[in-house]
Write a protein that binds this ligand. Structure first.
Ligand code: BYC
Ligand code: FE
Ligand code: FE
Length: 471
């Protein structure tokens, strides 16, 4: 078991105090990070006492501590899961070899790119969400937002630790650049598209945590299989924190749907109540789920093939032995592709279809949550439905990005798309309406009219608990 040093300037379980060079490098990066948090982290609320969870260890259960903290005083630390099991690479050309604790020379470029791409999403999401505290529907939700924000900050630390430890001066430059890019900035945007989309309402926030953080879960799970052991163990621990982000999204969207269904059942017009009509909720689900499908990259990808072959990025749950061939050779993935105004099926060598496989696992998971929302709606018997669009819908990356599809996955013409896309995706008017519903409720135990209260509070506290003490 690793020892956790909680009193160090940077809390860690990687023996930072015995590696002076690394310690100095990270302590040099720290003020830049704090400056970034002050500029681009949550707008205001820096003097509020927030009831936050802080990671204090990596053991099962008991890894987190809850207390009131002012966000700028949050103890962002570096925590790697303890080494597990057999310490063997589970997949790719090196399957069966011992895992690497240093970066094999020929993999440096590819690995650095994967780490930088992962790292870049973390501060991006904090930037996207920075104005939401002002319109929180309850103190419970405000706390959830800030919890997610500080943990995304810690995820940045987790990746910057790898850059500083294993990539020399290139790594230091990349760590610096992570504090320079800005979500949505035309000159210096974040790397992946979804992380440049504005999140200017809580409807966006809950869809983002339901769908985009869930991409995080699947990407982290694929990296948690990595033959590069420090990456595997860092991402394994990140997944522990991630579960709460996903739950925030899944429950948040569910609570919005529930509230609208309640109003409809009572014969009320959601618009007259400052609540969100079901068809607008569906459009936001369509928008954020499809933006998140793009985060898997192309279905047929040589990058993905190389990352798998070199043992850097595995399949979902690769280590559980659920795949017949750890090398994924001589197998094919059936892919439906558009060909003029028809679809045809091709076969892609399995290694090149790793992004598609991961997207399939993700889509199955999203289908499960959409079905959970649907079951709740059905109880109200109001004839409303919530569905998840097909992976072909509204794509900007991959084999479906050159054609148009309905949410059900039917190939349609550009003219048809132009006629109907406003039925499927939020219009500027829909967005403006949703923003108009975002009215702050900062009193303990109270909640805005567009969302139902949560089924339970956090850390065994009731909903009425003062999760944020505003000063
Ligand atoms: N936007 O070979 P291709 C999270 C680029 S979320 C813009 O098809 P590849 C979090 C691609 O870079 C998880 N560009 O795909 C969530 C490439 O560019 P070059 C984040 C895109 O490379 C919420 C070209 O298109 N983690 O943690 O196999 C809050 C062809 O790419 C996009 C990771 O992503 C896009 N959507 O796969 C906080 C894991 N998609 O080479 C945090 C690390 C593709 O032509 N990243 N491109 O210049 C990866 O594994 C891969 O980079 C990707 C892309 C899966 C993202
Ligand atoms: Fe994260
Ligand atoms: Fe997250």
């Amino acid at each position: 078991m690793s020892t956790v040093d909680l009193d160090a300037k940077i809390p860690n379980n990687v023996n930072l105090k015995d590696d002076k060079r690394l310690q100095r490098a990270l302590e040099t990066w720290l003020p830049g990070y704090q400056e970034w948090w002050a500029d681009m982290g949550p707008s205001d609320f820096n003097t509020a006492d927030v009831y936050l969870r802080t990671a204090v260890g990596v053991g099962k259960g008991g890894w987190a501590h809850f207390d009131y903290v002012k966000m700028p005083d949050y103890r962002w630390g570096i925590f790697l899961a303890d080494p597990s099991g057999d310490q063997k690479i589970h997949f790719g050309d090196h399957a069966g070899d011992p895992v690497w604790s240093e970066v094999p020379g020929e993999m440096r470029g590819r690995l650095r790119r994967l780490i930088v791409t992962q790292a870049d999403t973390e501060p991006a999401s904090v930037e996207q969400q920075r104005m939401l505290g002002h319109t929180a529907p309850s103190l419970y939700d405000m706390r959830s937002l800030f919890q997610v924000n500080v943990e995304e900050g810690r995820h940045l630390w987790a990746m910057v630790y790898l850059l500083h430890s294993f990539f020399g001066s290139d790594g230091r430059d990349e760590a610096e650049a992570l504090l320079q890019r800005r979500s949505g900035d035309p000159d210096s945007p974040r790397i992946l598209q979804a992380f440049n989309n504005p999140i200017d309402s809580w409807m966006d926030f809950f869809c983002f945590t339901a769908f985009t953080d869930r991409d995080g879960k699947y990407q982290l799970a694929a990296l948690a299989e990595s033959g590069f052991d420090p990456l595997a163990r860092t991402t394994q621990f990140m997944l522990t924190e991630e579960a709460y982000h996903l739950q925030t999204g899944e429950n948040g969207v569910g609570r919005i749907i529930h509230r609208t269904a309640e109003l409809l059942k009572a014969g009320k017009d959601p618009r007259a109540e400052g609540a969100i009509p079901m068809e607008i909720i569906q459009k936001f689900i369509n928008f954020w789920s499809s933006a998140s499908f793009d985060l898997f990259g192309g279905e047929d990808s040589t990058n993905a093939s190389e990352s798998f072959a070199t043992g850097l990025k595995g399949r979902y749950r690769e280590g559980d032995g659920i795949y017949s061939d750890p090398k994924a050779l001589d197998q094919f993935y059936k892919l439906d592709i558009p060909d003029g105004d028809k679809m045809r099926t091709t076969e892609v060598p399995l290694r090149r279809a790793m992004n598609a496989l991961l997207l399939d696992a993700y889509h199955t998971d999203c289908t499960r949550i959409a079905q959970r929302w649907q079951r709740d709606v059905e109880k109200f018997e109001i004839g409303a439905n919530i569905t998840l669009p097909c992976t072909k819908f509204n794509r900007r990356q991959g084999v479906y990005s050159e054609a148009r599809f309905t949410p059900e996955g039917e190939l349609i013409s550009e003219a048809e798309w132009q006629k109907r896309h406003t039925d499927w995706l939020p219009t500027e008017a829909d967005r403006a309406y949703v923003r108009s519903c975002m009215i702050k409720v900062h009193e303990p135990g109270k909640i805005a009219n567009w969302i139902a209260p949560p089924a339970r509070g956090v850390d065994d506290k009731p909903f009425e608990f003062e999760y944020v003490k505003l000063s």
